[in-house]
Design a protein. Structure first.
Ligand SMILES: [Mn+2]
Ligand SMILES: [Mn+2]
Ligand SMILES: [Zn+2]
Ligand SMILES: [Zn+2]
Lengths: 141, 141
DNA sequence: AATTAACTTTGAAATCACTACAAAAAAAAG
DNA sequence: CTTTTTTTTGTAGTGATTTCAAAGTTAATT
């Protein structure tokens, strides 16, 4: 019985290839992490978690990989807060909610994404909708 | 004839007081700058411009003032791009448009601000809508 | 008005996220 | 296998923002 590696069963390399990204191991690792956690992590959070299983992974590589995935459109950068970029492998339009107390960033997939029609002489490339407030877990009473 | 200083005629101190901000001179200067320019400037741009007329103004003070104005709600911080916070004294709901080519941030006051209804267990404090794309001035052809 | 307390300003140093760079390693091409 | 191209890594650098403590202002109290 042939040994099966994880990337053969989860289809991550193929998803990356569909974005024109060569599925190198660290790219697969970071992309799988983003998909599995769906956490909107910072580069630092990704590195902290992955370095536990990949001790040689450098932070520079995490930045390189994230920049490459963003350029190719496989991942979106979410500017939810000044001085810390967050990353999201869910690239369909959806509203984000950032809790002021616990800091978590939620996907509000359950509500519709608004239609924005700017004047015709502006050309849209991307629309970000970010709500700030207090999440269900942090409500008092 | 009594000499009239600018702050007596433009009502800036009163506007600041209405937000619970004591109208110290630098606060008035920064706030008036934001209102007059309506430019969504960075802290650095504000300092660069104001230091020409107020040579002793330190960058730290600009940061202090901006943080205070944001805390008191007199000014909004717009996270339009990673590692550069921009500031806005127009605090009514409006859509922002950032041009990828010239970097300018426009107010799209002419289009309606979308209604966002998150699940009731989330409490909203602020909604930001940021469009990325190319502005009229930067369109080719 | 003088004294005291509270707040603000300042510049230097520190922090923190991110980038630049160049050498080493790995992958692809021939 | 050899050469070329791409990727990874650690170190050093950058730039925006914060921290800190001293000096300066403003407000409150005698
Ligand atoms: Mn998301
Ligand atoms: Mn605005
Ligand atoms: Zn929360
Ligand atoms: Zn433009």
């Amino acid at each position: 019985m042939k040994k099966t590696v994880r990337s053969e069963i989860d289809g991550i390399p193929e998803r990356l290839r569909s974005f024109g990204v060569r599925p190198l191991t660290h790219r697969v690792d970071v992309y799988r992490y983003l998909i599995e956690q769906n956490n909107h992590p910072t580069a630092d959070m990704i590195h902290n978690d992955l370095v536990k299983i990949l001790p040689s992974l450098s932070k520079t590589t995490v930045y390189n990989v994230l920049n490459h995935l963003c350029e190719k459109g496989a991942v979106h950068r979410v500017n939810v807060e000044q001085h810390e970029a967050r990353y999201d492998a869910m690239i369909h339009d959806h509203v984000h909610f950032k809790c002021r107390l616990c800091g978590k960033v939620y996907d509000l997939d359950e509500i519709p994404f608004p239609t924005i029609d700017p004047p015709t002489d502006y050309s849209i490339e991307i629309v970000q909708v970010i709500i700030g407030g207090i999440c269900p877990d942090c409500q008092t009473g």
